[in-house]
Ligand binder design. Structure first.
Ligand code: LRH
Length: 478
């Protein structure tokens, strides 16, 4: 086979997409066949995902894909990390999956970490502490009837795959975000599961990107496991040459780091809260979660505006590096009035409070670029990896202001694109499993450089000193 058409299903926290990808050794072309909204649904006091609606949207998208391409060779599914559905012994869903921004995990991480020991947990899992890691979600739910009745936990892409095919499996890149995998063996850590008091029966067999994962019953099309963690698929599609690069998978979150052959488990790495997530082909995604464009998206929701372009144009006219906040402060994690939280942070640190959406937007974009600088520099220092460029992939690659400020803040060129990195990484792994492509990540990336439009932002000469001073303002002790 020299060309294949595959479907890449990519579910993000704000929207989902079904894409068709036509892949050959000469290049890859993506076509969106269906896009739909996603987001939290509050039922009484709990934030949920609408899993059945996501399933029907995905199936409708796949039907359209097959109608357009009856020779559709494979389907791959990725989504955001950590969230899951629980199945009973008949395979029935026990309650709607809960959203990772839900408050049920408030305080749970602290209790679990106190019990297990932060050092031991990092040595075992290599994962950054985020309050919503599956470990803490399961600990929060441990005494519920749903967990008592559950026989299997499936992460969101695996859950959709199960509903499409009837075959249950757990893909390893996403499993690595649960904080239940052993960072060295990339198998479930039975010691951790038992010390945390969680039922081991919930954790099933693991599969790896490229493995077969059943057949879509209604359409008779095979499913192929991909990097089912969206960030893992996005990193596959970072169009870098060699290894001297940092990446920012920039969307709702900014996932900022480097790609490594082995995990970094040093005390300094733990203290800086860096994570060692599993990437495709046995790589390590050594990165930290930066709060990302969520802070702006949630502000825009509050202002009732959807016109990002206009807001960014106005923000570009605002004074640079005025008010700055630490976007990674957990106060910005939950949904709710974001400008009020930013205003409170500015006031508490004795800075002028932004007075308009443009002012807030400038504060957010500057603060995000500053967080990018900090994470890129720490990733390099902690891993010993030198980099020549920062690749920005995902929706944030469209944000010229953020890309330029990130280049200035990091003092490095930013190569922006592809915007649809996740869908592309998903499709390329499928095409390789089908035998249309060959080789390692380097080969897949070379193909992207040939076929995707990229834009380079050079750092403004002399800008770095101002960013160094800005970092000292926001993180005075470091
Ligand atoms: C980005 C992402 C990120 C996770 C978060 C929950 O979509 O998968 O890598 O940390 O969602």
């Amino acid at each position: 086979m020299s060309t294949a058409t595959v479907a890449a299903v990519d579910l993000g926290a704000a929207s989902g997409r079904v894409m068709l990808a036509s892949v050959s050794p000469d290049g890859v072309a993506l076509e969106e066949v269906r896009r739909f909204d996603n987001g939290p649904v509050r039922l009484l006091d709990t934030l949920h995902w609408d899993a059945l609606r996501l399933y029907s949207e995905v199936l409708a998208g796949l039907r359209t894909a097959v109608a357009r391409h009856p020779d559709l060779a494979s389907v791959g599914i990725d989504s955001w990390a950590v969230d899951y559905g629980l199945l009973d012994r008949d395979g029935a869903l026990l309650g709607n999956p809960v959203h990772y921004r839900d408050a049920r995990t408030d305080g749970v991480m602290e209790t679990v970490v106190a019990k297990l020991g932060a050092e031991w947990l990092y040595a075992t899992t290599g994962l950054q502490l985020l309050p919503f890691n599956t470990l803490f979600q399961l600990a929060a739910a441990a005494d519920t009837p749903a967990v008592a009745a559950a026989e299997r936990m499936l992460l969101i892409p695996d859950l959709l795959s199960y509903w499409l095919t009837g075959v249950a499996g757990t893909e390893v890149t996403n499993a690595s975000t649960t904080q239940l995998l052993d960072v060295r063996t990339r198998e479930w850590s039975s010691e951790l599961v038992s010390r945390a008091g969680l039922p081991a029966r919930l954790l099933g067999d693991l599969r790896r990107p490229g493995d077969p994962a059943g057949v879509v019953r209604d359409l008779d099309v095979p499913v192929t496991a991909v990097g089912s963690h969206d960030t893992a698929s996005a990193v596959v599609a970072v169009p870098a040459r060699g290894e001297r690069f940092a990446y920012i998978s920039c969307g709702t979150w900014s996932l900022v780091g480097v790609e490594l052959p082995e995990p970094v488990l040093s005390e300094a790495s733990r203290a800086a809260n860096f994570t060692n997530e599993a990437g495709a082909d046995g790589t390590v995604r050594y990165l930290r979660n930066v709060m990302g464009l969520w802070v702006l998206q949630e502000s825009m929701r509050g202002w009732g505006t959807g016109d990002l372009g206009k807001l960014l144009a106005a923000a570009a006219e605002e004074p640079a590096l005025g008010a700055l906040v630490d976007v990674d402060d957990p106060v910005f994690l939950p949904p709710g009035d974001m400008p009020a939280r930013i205003a409170a942070a500015c006031a508490a640190s004795g800075q002028p409070v932004p007075q308009s959406p443009a002012g807030f937007t400038r504060c957010i974009v500057d603060s995000l670029a500053l967080a990018h600088r900090r994470a890129v520099r720490q990733a390099c220092a902690l891993s010993g990896r030198d980099v020549d460029a920062v690749h920005v992939v995902g929706g944030g690659a469209r944000n010229a202001l953020l890309c330029q400020l990130t280049a200035d803040a990091c003092g490095l060129p930013v190569v922006a694109g592809p915007v649809e990195a996740t869908g592309l990484g998903n499709a390329l792994v499928q095409a390789r499993a089908l035998g249309v492509l060959h080789g390692g990540l380097d080969d897949l990336r070379a193909l992207l450089r040939r076929s995707q439009e990229l834009r380079t932002y050079r750092p403004t000469r002399g800008a770095e000193a101002a960013w160094r001073a800005a970092e000292a303002r926001v993180h005075p002790s470091r």
